[in-house]
Ligand binder design. Structure first.
Ligand code: C2O
Ligand code: CU
Length: 475
């Protein structure tokens, strides 16, 4: 096969892999079940802070982010979700390799949870890491109004840190009176880079100062819960190291250019050593969009130093239980993304809409804006775009022929990102959501070990809702 597969450690081939392929990942169970209740309802919160009008939001248990769910690797989780909204909802536990019936996709894996009724999700946690939960029905509006929360699965043997901190990042499109602008799913957002808000929050509040102490070691869990905004964070005066991506351990490393990039739905775990001195302040900036940089918050050193210098204990996390894809037997599938503004040329070449300009415009007006292999999925698309054989390794070779970024998410699995534009990736990171840049090619590899119908979609929620999704069947 003519694709650039890395033959580095960990990539098993041939007979060894065949023996080791677990069809269901063996999670060493702890035998304990954690029970959680979530109530999805309407409330008002001071998102923008004191002195600004409050905002009517949709929230789990009246808070944004929703309650942080914390469990241990190998635990079982039972979440009973009561729907106090005026419309149907579901909950998807993003990144968890769970049984298909617990995946929270309306019509595909369950009936929607009607207003006033309750659904119970119950599943095991095979992998440690930083995950999150959110609705999977009319997600652009339900997530955009505040329905999201973190799910943290602790390692059996965690690394030593002074503080374990969560920053759930999001943004909102607020009107001057504090209300959320209700222009969800407009054609402009759908055909460009999605619903980008005008107010960025950390853990549901406009952030300002984050107090730290000299000599402290922090594990910082970043979750991007925004509909569409991509974050590119820099920490002035500090050298954060990435230890996990989308929950899964990665060789600890400093990110390229010191900037941590998170597309929607992505998570990054950092070790942040506080090497400054008492009284100092440092900017954390978001520099992702050119010309639109802003300060997210300030690290503020106060109090007595915790110690002379941050500890030097190891920061590499223990591996999770995801099976290794097998290079020799992997089946390769080509996947092409088209559409969006400025995408007409490529659509023409691909013959989408018959290659006819009028036809393409008509597709767009009907909400079919983004195409995966020439198909725009709207409504409840049930026919699989791909069927993978259970237990087999596969490679999805994605080509982004659009002028936009797309964070592509696969349910029920984690995949290795093995190549970008034909070149092997340095860390062969496990992800469940991979950011694909305009015109970029990204190859991912995984074992299709989880039977069922799984969503594969862009996590810019306005792109998902205007066609950029499909179903991958594993059987
Ligand atoms: Cu986080 Cu299909 O979603
Ligand atoms: Cu997209």
């Amino acid at each position: 096969m003519g694709y650039p597969f890395l033959s580095r450690r960990g990539f098993l081939s041939g007979a060894a892999a065949a023996v080791m392929l677990p069809v269901i990942a063996p999670a060493r169970a702890t035998g304990s079940t954690k029970e959680v209740r979530l109530f999805a309802g309407v409330t008002r919160l001071p998102l923008a802070g004191a002195g600004y009008p409050q905002t009517g939001v949709w929230a789990y248990d009246g808070v944004v982010p929703g309650p942080e769910i914390r469990v241990r690797q190998g635990d079982r989780l039972r979440v009973s979700v009561e729907n106090g909204l005026a419309e149907d909802t579901t909950v998807h536990f993003h990144g968890i390799r769970l049984p298909n019936a617990m995946d929270g996709v309306p019509h595909l894996t369950q009936h929607p949870i009607a207003p006033g009724s309750t659904f119970i999700y119950e599943f095991d946690l095979p992998d440690a890491g930083t995950y999150w939960y959110h609705p999977h029905i009319r997600s652009g509006e339900q997530v955009g109004r505040g329905l999201y929360g973190a799910l943290i699965v602790e390692e059996r043997e965690p690394i030593q840190v002074d503080r374990d901190v969560l920053w759930m990042l999001s943004d909102w499109r607020l009107l001057p009176d504090g209300r959320i602008s209700d222009d969800f799913d407009n054609l402009h957002d759908m055909s460009h880079n999605g619903r980008i808000g005008n107010t960025v929050t950390v853990n549901g509040r406009v952030a300002d100062a984050f107090p730290v102490r000299a000599g402290e070691r922090i594990r910082l869990r970043l979750v991007n819960a925004a509909n569409a905004r991509i974050f590119g964070l820099t920490f002035a005066g500090h050298r954060p190291r990435v230890i996990a991506l989308d929950g899964h351990p990665v060789d600890p490393h400093e990110p390229d250019g010191g900037r941590i990039v998170l597309g929607p739905a992505m998570r990054v775990d950092l070790v942040l050593d506080m090497t400054g001195a008492a009284g100092e302040r440092f900017d954390v900036m978001d520099t992702f969009y050119r010309g639109l940089s802003y300060r997210l918050l300030e690290l503020v050193y106060d109090g007595e130093p915790l110690r002379k210098a941050p500890p030097e204990s190891p920061i590499a996390l223990p591996a999770n239980t995801v099976p290794e894809p097998d290079k020799a037997s992997a089946v390769r599938h080509e996947i092409v993304f088209n559409g969006g503004m400025m995408g007409q040329m490529m659509m023409r070449e691909r013959g989408i809409g018959g290659g006819d300009m009028m036809e393409m415009m008509a597709l767009m007006r009907s909400g079919r804006i983004w195409f995966i292999n020439g198909k725009a999925a709207v409504g409840h698309m049930m026919d699989p775009m791909l069927t993978l054989e259970l237990g087999k390794s596969c490679v999805l070779a994605m080509t982004n022929e659009t002028a936009w970024h797309h964070p592509m998410h696969l349910h029920g699995h984690a995949f290795r990102v093995i190549a970008r534009n034909g070149a092997p990736t340095r860390y062969r990171e496990w992800q469940d959501t991979v950011l694909v840049a305009p015109r970029e090619k990204v190859d991912i590899a995984f074992v299709a070990d989880n039977p069922g119908d799984w969503m594969f979609h862009c996590h810019i929620l306005e792109h998902q809702e205007s066609g950029m999704m499909g179903v991958i069947r594993v059987k």
